[in-house]
Design a binder for this molecule. Structure first.
Ligand SMILES: Nc1ncnc2c1ncn2[C@@H]1O[C@H](COP(=O)(O)OP(=O)(O)OP(=O)(O)O)[C@@H](O)[C@H]1O
Ligand SMILES: [Mg+2]
Length: 370
């Protein structure tokens, strides 16, 4: 058998017993030729064990049987064998059967690999499509927002000034109505300002920024909140658009601080470090965390679960757009080590100039259109 198989291009490894056969099966040979009668156990048991093992289940088995009575053959095939050869056999029958089984086995492996590659490609495609849709929406929103914001700014400013004047000069009979109108106008002004931010800061100069110092500044702005905010990490420089870095850090830290408002002993921790050619800023809080069902929508413009006066649901959308313009990325986990959510920002140490430039081109385009 060895001579016949080797003459046909096979490398043959032999085992004397069923146990040895099971060990050999672990190395996943292309085929195992198994005798039905072995010194330590039955060939059928060996075959069943091969089928049952996670590492060996795909290894094809060809039985050597002393008889070709129907019962023997059926039990061979039922134990999971691919084929059988009855003794005595000629070299050409053995080779033909083994070849056929190996061919099928290899085709199966190729088919499986192909299916895996296809489903990986499909998953990548779906992801790319989702990404494109989001990008498209952000760009569309950015263009719309910048235009609308520009048009609304002056009349809004006039409206607010008039309301403030009226509130000062009028008698008390209209005071409540005027105050409400002023609040509403200010709310619109806030929304307009936020929508403008999606298209990016108008100052697009890339400057060297001490990231840790920025984090400290922004955390200090949230001092009036009850959360105990800690910062860990060294001084780190990045080259980026300063306003946008502030915008991103503010969005993440603000969300964390707001999330802990109903927590006893509220805590927020910001840590930063360098990783390869990027810097990482991680913001953890001990708020309620984020439900799995919400995770796909966090970066969607206007997605919010909050009921605060100033809430627009644009925080993460604006921050993600700004991070991406720098060649960076924000990811959010629903549950982090402090028990609440964990937001993670990655920025390249040196902002991707072409990405930052694109945004500049977009803004220039908007202005020239007007
Ligand atoms: N640290 C966090 N803990 C719990 N939920 C969070 C956290 N960060 C974000 N979220 C969830 O993601 C939503 C979207 O966040 P995003 O910052 O985009 O908008 P917002 O905070 O609701 O509004 P805005 O940022 O305009 O004030 C939030 O409403 C909240 O439900
Ligand atoms: Mg927010």
């Amino acid at each position: 058998m060895r001579r016949t198989l080797e003459a046909n291009g096979y490398d043959v490894v032999e085992g004397e017993t069923g146990a040895a056969g099971l060990r050999l099966a672990q190395s996943r040979p292309d085929v195992m030729v198994l005798d039905l009668n072995l010194p330590d156990m039955s060939g059928l048991a060996v075959c069943r064990a091969i089928r049952g093992g996670a590492a060996t289940e795909g290894v094809p088995v060809v039985f050597l049987t002393a008889s070709d009575d129907e019962k023997t053959i059926v039990s061979c095939l039922e134990s999971g064998a691919s084929d059988y050869v009855s003794k005595p056999f000629t070299p050409s029958v053995l080779t033909a059967r083994v070849d056929a089984v190996v061919r099928t086995h290899k085709a199966e492996i190729a088919r499986r690999r192909h299916t895996e590659e296809l489903s990986a490609a499909y998953a990548a495609l779906r992801e790319a499509r989702a990404e494109m849709v989001l990008q498209h929406r952000l760009t569309g929103l950015g263009v719309l927002a910048a235009g609308v914001a520009h048009e609304m700014n002056s009349p809004l400013a006039a409206l607010i000034a008039s309301l403030q004047f009226a509130l000062r000069e009028q008698g008390p009979e209209h005071e409540a109505a005027l105050a409400d109108a002023l609040t509403a106008a200010q709310r619109i002004a806030e929304l307009v300002k936020r929508m403008r931010a999606i298209a990016g800061s108008t100052d697009r100069n890339v400057r060297r920024i001490d990231l840790r110092a920025r984090v400290e500044q922004i955390c200090a702005a949230f001092e009036s909140f009850p959360a105990r905010v800690t910062i860990e990490g060294p001084a780190l420089n990045v080259d980026a658009v300063d306003n946008e870095v502030r915008e991103v850090l503010t969005a993440l830290i603000e969300n964390a601080v707001q999330a802990t408002q109903a927590t006893a002993d509220p805590r927020v921790n910001v840590s930063l470090w360098q990783e390869g050619d990027g810097v990482i800023v991680v913001v953890d809080d001990n708020g309620p965390g984020i439900e799995d069902a919400d995770l796909p929508f966090l970066f969607d413009p206007f997605f919010t679960r909050k009921r605060f006066w100033k809430t627009t649901g644009l925080g993460l959308a604006i921050a993600q757009a700004a991070a991406r313009r720098h060649g960076g990325e924000i990811t959010v986990d629903g549950r982090g080590p402090l028990g609440g959510a964990r937001a993670r920002l990655r920025l390249p140490v040196v902002a991707d100039a072409s990405a930052v430039g694109d945004a500049r081109a977009l803004l220039a385009e908007l202005r020239s259109d007007r």
